[in-house]
Design a protein around this ligand. Structure first.
Ligand code: HEC
Ligand code: HEC
Length: 300
């Protein structure tokens, strides 16, 4: 199934890159992701064997195909790998080797010190629109084993280059839905679909949903325009990271984050109260009116 998915993804990506390449002025070279990190996680072939190796392998499988390997905790079709690229190995794509050594840490989101497992629970609840796996569950221990292994020889507590998504500069003009719609049509819709629902082949996700019922919910980091702009500029379009201008990244982030998606699981019963409590920032469109429609007001 994974082979089918990868083949379909490769074919479409090549079609897209071929067309985009010709459209680039003077055949400009692909931009490099800025600030590439010096750290290299261990090679796949170096994965240990035995019971610990089994846990690492299970963790990798969950990471790369979350709906299949952790269905009880997953409420959409996204996998961790869709936002933490290359199995959580890629610098500037919020890699697990940089995250693992950075916890326990205080998080303003839940106003307490989180250990690494609690941080993973957040991505299940919001990005996966699912349920938090218990800290001692097989799923959690496997993801921790995988992240621990990826961070082999990384210094504990160090702020590693390549952690998170690089902070994008502020845009010259306020992000615009209309301009974002045009950026999306030209640079994103071939893979993610004009309706944002992504592309499936033989029941497997080839290109993930960026809005709608199969996407991340209103509590997810990615539903905040600033986070989405950071991620998109550094990682999208797939294979051409860094080619969007700063303004285009902000505009397209505003566009996808002004579409319907699953309700924030912290919903208090009122969209206005939920906005006031959790989304009181210009970077969240939750609870605002876009195209005559209150975002977060219709359950997906
Ligand atoms: C829809 C995209 C998306 C998906 C799917 C997703 N994440 Fe994340 N993840 C993010 C974003 C965005 C952040 C940073 C957000 C923030 O800081 O608020 C993040 C942050 C994290 C962090 C903290 C990184 C650090 O350096 O502190 C960890 C760990 C993590 N995710 C693990 C996972 C795991 C494990 C899964 C799968 C179960 C997953 N994520 C699924 C988008 C996603
Ligand atoms: C060539 C195909 C392709 C193009 C073009 C493309 N993406 Fe993606 N995108 C992907 C794939 C594949 C992933 C998942 C990455 C992975 O699993 O390795 C992804 C992941 C994402 C994610 C995180 C996962 C999710 O579904 O929320 C977002 C957000 C996203 N892309 C936005 C964009 C935007 C915005 C554009 C246009 C500027 C774009 N993409 C262009 C293929 C593409």
């Amino acid at each position: 199934m994974r082979a089918v998915m990868l083949e379909a993804r490769k074919a479409l990506t090549m079609a897209f890159l071929g067309a985009a390449w010709l459209a680039l002025p003077g055949g400009a070279a692909m931009a490099q992701t800025p600030g590439a990190a010096a750290f290299s996680p261990p090679a796949e072939a170096a994965m240990p064997t035995g019971p610990f190796g089994d846990a690492v392998k299970l963790g990798e499988n969950i990471f790369r195909n979350t709906p299949k390997y952790a269905p009880q905790f997953t409420g959409n079709t996204l996998s961790c790998d869709n936002c933490h690229l290359d199995g959580g190995r890629l610098a500037n794509s919020s890699p697990m080797w940089a995250a693992y050594v950075a916890y326990p840490a205080y998080r303003a989101k839940n106003k307490k010190v989180n250990n690494f497992g609690e941080r993973l629970q957040g991505c299940f609840r919001f990005s996966e629109n699912g349920k938090a796996p218990p800290l001692d569950s097989t799923v959690m221990v496997a993801l921790e084993a995988y992240s621990f292994w990826l961070s082999t020889n990384a210094p504990t507590g160090a702020k590693m280059a390549g952690r998170g998504y690089p902070k994008l500069a502020k845009p010259a003009a306020a992000p615009s839905y209309q301009r974002g719609q045009a950026v999306y049509a030209q640079n994103c819709s071939l893979c993610h679909g004009a309706n944002g629902a992504g592309t499936m082949a033989h029941g497997a996700v080839v290109f993930p949903a960026v809005w709608g019922k199969d996407s991340y919910n209103w509590g997810a980091g990615m539903s905040t325009i600033s986070n989405a702009a950071d991620f998109i500029h550094a990682n999208m379009p797939l294979g051409m990271a860094g080619t969007l201008s700063t303004q285009q990244a902000w505009d397209v982030a505003a566009y996808i984050d002004s579409k319907d998606r699953p309700q924030d699981p912290r919903f208090t019963g009122s969209v206005a109260a939920t906005r006031a409590k959790f989304h009181d920032t210009p970077f969240s469109l939750y609870g605002t009116v876009v195209n005559g429609h209150v975002l977060g007001g219709t359950a997906q």
